[in-house]
Ligand binder design. Sequence first.
Ligand SMILES: [Zn+2]
Length: 291
Amino acid sequence: MLSAPVRRILAAVTLPAILALSSCTAGPGQAAHARQVAAGQPNPSTPPSTPSTVPSATPSTLPSATAKPAPGSLEWYVSQVPTFPEAPPPQPVPLPPTTDTAPFWHRLPTEQKVAFITIDDGGLARPPAVADFIWRAHIPVTLFLNSPAAEEHADYFRQIQVAGGVVESHTINHNSLAGRSYDYQKQEICGAADKLETLFGKRATLFRPPFGNHDATTLKAAHDCGAKAVFHWSETVHEGKVRYQTPEKVVQPGDVLLMHFRPALMDDLLAALKAIHRAGLTPALLEDYVR
Ligand SMILES: [Zn+2]
């Protein structure tokens, strides 16, 4: 793990290279970026074109090479991200042999030293620096979105998609599904998946029921709408604090951390990354493990 001064030196060395590449295609810029901060994380499965906002700095707005970033600034958040052990090559988990229902998991059944960050909803708040943070720090994220919020703020979520995020389904209306009819649940799940596919060009392969509430009908409807797995979560993150579901208070391999599009999402992302790092794990993309 690099110490803070080393990280600053690295930033000073690579910043001119990034600037030189800022008007070029994404390939070399992405590579330079990866060397600067990614430290072993996989590249986003959706290779981004030049990100919309990064790198966009001009010489007049650049901090000097030795200046400490102001707390709360994007640069500060990036500077706080730990350097992770190299992510192992993903070994997709075997899916249960049943053919008419999706499995329901609180955590991914894997012993690989990875954990997963998921961000839900989308209607409440959308901090503007999130896409840049995800891009700059190569944070693998899965977004479980409600389709009306996704449609209303499609440009925002597309920026996160370009930065490497993957959009999945979280229903249309965010109602509790347990106990509802198959037709109702299928409409909520498929309806959201259809809209998200139109908006983001990819069919959802994962589903998270609102509040985690589900029954057997949910798992059948999710399967019929194209979901390979239905996810609950193993930790929640809110206002920069990780809340564990177990007394050990350590992120375990395969754990799924839940946060929301809320005002403190930048702090939540950072808190999740630090918790994953403390556990000796590396953040990874859920979709690389459920295929
Ligand atoms: Zn939700």
